[in-house]
Design a protein around this ligand. Structure first.
Ligand code: N2P
Length: 349
């Protein structure tokens, strides 16, 4: 093969969360660099992790959440970033980099793509219809009080299929440490989740966007930006459905989704070019403006639309951030308890 045709064959295989980018970013990257993007999506850290631990995924760029990234780094899944190739690193936000140190010390293996919270996505009218004007839409009481959730059963409740986010939410609601590794605590969280299980229609981590937008469900435990995308889809459809997102007053999980390059990635140069492109302020701003998630790119902030940078559901105030909690990954033994608990919650027995 000649050098010229080799250059034309440049590819980057990207595996990202669903509903997490503006497609035009991928097209523009292809046009500007001549690198073809093969883009594939997932909606679960567990699915990504299973693939990464098996190896030979063929992916060049993946986007685990910090908690998962931390143990994947320890398992030798990633290649250290070649920072000399990442000239746009200076655009990144030191405050977010410092928070991510907890998962990726020294920020050696990853860059922040987006961050957000896990909270309540709800159909404003239907929830009021079921629970009255005083419905506790700003509180985990809406979900964790069986007498409340029972009233929402008929209009539909979806919950993320994300045990490492729902167990901490239950612990926090019980007044226990959301990051507890005590298996007794985790069993208590399991009991609470089991008490509301009868009223949950589905555990799924991406279908709730359309379900909320179409008015098919009235409550989702979901991710900030996804719920706001549902709000927009409903508005665009003009179907009279009003969707809102709330960070409950008792606190919520703050998470960080990180772009990293697998150690066995077939196209490491192209992966670095992709990461560097993503760190361009205009590119990152375009992504956040479309998917309604906060990003870790300081230089992009002034390019964000007012309904993004000015929305406390996306960029919580400093005070509101103090009310958010972060968690770390479970050691293997505890992880097995979490998995077992979650399996029984989902099956209802
Ligand atoms: C995007 C969901 C990403 C948030 N749809 C989960 N970390």
């Amino acid at each position: 093969m000649s050098g010229a045709s080799l250059a034309q064959d440049r590819t980057v295989n990207v595996y990202n969360w669903s509903d997490y980018i503006d497609e035009s970013i991928l097209k523009d990257f292809e046009t500007e660099t001549g690198i073809e993007v093969v883009y594939d999506v997932f909606d679960s850290n567990e699915v990504l992790e299973t693939k990464l631990l098996a190896g030979s995924t063929g992916y060049d760029v993946v986007v685990p959440t910090g908690t998962f990234l931390a143990r994947q780094i320890k398992a030798g899944v990633f290649s250290e970033l070649d920072k000399a190739k990442l000239t746009n690193l200076s655009n990144m936000w030191t405050d977010i980099e410092q928070r991510v140190e907890k998962y990726d010390p020294g920020n050696l293996y990853s860059i922040n793509y987006m961050w957000g919270t896990t909270g309540l996505g709800y159909n404003v009218d239907k929830v009021k219809e079921a629970l009255g004007e005083d419905a506790p839409v700003d509180s985990w009481d809406l979900f964790f009080k069986p007498e409340n959730l029972a009233k929402l059963e008929d209009c539909g409740v979806h919950v993320l299929d994300a045990p490492t986010e729902l167990v901490p939410a239950a612990l926090n609601y019980l007044g226990l440490d959301p990051d507890s590794k005590d298996t007794g605590d985790i069993e208590k969280a399991g009991e609470l989740l089991m008490s509301i299980r009868p009223y949950v229609q589905k555990f799924h981590s991406s279908e709730y966007i359309n379900a909320l937008a179409n008015g098919d469900i009235c409550l989702a435990i979901g991710w900030s930006g996804d719920v706001l995308q549902a709000r927009d889809r409903a508005a665009e459809a003009g179907n009279g459905v009003t969707v809102e997102y709330a960070i409950p007053k008792e606190g919520a999980l703050m998470w960080f989704d990180q772009m990293a390059i697998p150690a066995d990635a077939p196209h490491k140069d192209e992966a670095h070019e992709f990461l560097n492109y993503i760190m361009r302020p205009d590119v990152m701003a375009k992504a956040s403006n479309v998917v309604y998630y906060a990003n870790g790119n300081k230089a992009s902030q002034e390019l964000l639309n007012d309904d993004v940078i000015g929305d406390p559901a996306i960029y919580p105030s400093e005070d509101a951030v103090k009310n958010l909690y972060t968690v770390t990954s479970y050691p293997p033994k505890v992880n097995r308890v979490v998995t077992r608990t979650w399996t029984s919650v989902k099956s209802g027995q």
